[in-house]
Design a protein around this ligand. Structure first.
Ligand code: 6PG
Length: 247
């Protein structure tokens, strides 16, 4: 049974980041109280940078349950971890190297390895951790101008996948041009207890409107694939992405 998506519109990207930081803190505290741990998948791209920088600073640096948090990734570009395009590098430089999270709690997708082998290894990790019961506690996602999310791009094998949890494949038209990618798939993301989209900027208004209000065509609009089976779905938007600034 899919719950209805929640939509929260905040005035600016900074407001979105602050709301998201508080929301993540609440979710983490609740998960740790219930299950003793909080599993979080980070998204890539540029939008989450403000959120990661907030979480790396006070009061979140001291109040977030980092010792009980496990970090996963929604997707990765197939580049070394120090490459400018690496989603891991973004998270490491803006957040992970600034907070007291055990290094063994950070589960990097190995962008430097063979994509198919790295995807298989990551899928085994997820099966070992989440094979029974729900998936991740919370997955952060972004939205591309082509309505992709994670590295699930339109009209690709990832957009058609119905069983694997992780895929390594060559995307002809990715957000960084033709590139190999590793990505969580919709079947796994939809096992999460909660999925939160962070979407900011006027360039996202049109694809977002198609995803939320257009016809159901998930292979063309992969973000439409994200419908948690039993979990919550929250869209955090700034006014520009929500197209609220048009009179
Ligand atoms: C990636 C991201 C991708 C991103 C969107 C939005 O690896 O490219 O995971 O899904 O979230 O492309 O990116 P921006 O936040 O930069 O607009």
């Amino acid at each position: 049974m899919n719950l209805q998506p929640q939509i929260r519109v905040l005035p600016t990207p900074g407001d979105v980041a602050r709301f998201a930081a508080d929301h993540l803190l609440d979710a983490a505290r609740e998960a740790v109280a219930l299950n003793g741990s909080f599993s979080l998948a980070l998204s890539g791209g540029s939008t989450p940078r403000k959120l990661y920088q907030l979480l790396a600073a006070e009061p979140y640096r001291s109040s977030f349950p980092w010792a009980d948090t496990e970090i996963f990734f929604g997707d990765e570009r197939c580049v070394p971890p120090d490459h400018a395009d690496s989603n891991y590098r973004l998270a490491r430089d803006t957040l992970l190297s600034h907070v007291p999270i055990p290094t063994t709690h950070v589960h990097r997708m190995k962008g430097e390895s063979d994509p198919v082998a790295a995807a298989r290894e990551y899928q085994q990790l997820l099966h070992d951790r989440f094979g029974v019961g729900p998936g991740l506690d919370l997955v952060l996602l972004g939205l591309g101008e082509d309505a992709h999310t994670a590295s699930i791009f339109p009209h690709t094998p990832a957009a058609r996948e119905t069983s694997s949890w992780v895929m390594g494949y060559f995307a002809e038209k990715s957000s960084t041009g033709p590139s190999w990618r590793i990505t969580l798939t919709a079947p796994f993301i939809n096992r999460s207890r909660e999925v939160v989209f962070l979407i900011c900027g006027s360039s996202k208004a049109a694809p977002l409107q198609q995803v939320l209000e257009g016809p159901c065509q998930p292979e063309h609009l992969p973000a439409q694939l994200i419908r948690p089976t039993a979990g919550k779905l929250l869209y955090l938007l700034d006014a520009a992405a929500a197209d609220m600034d048009h009179d």
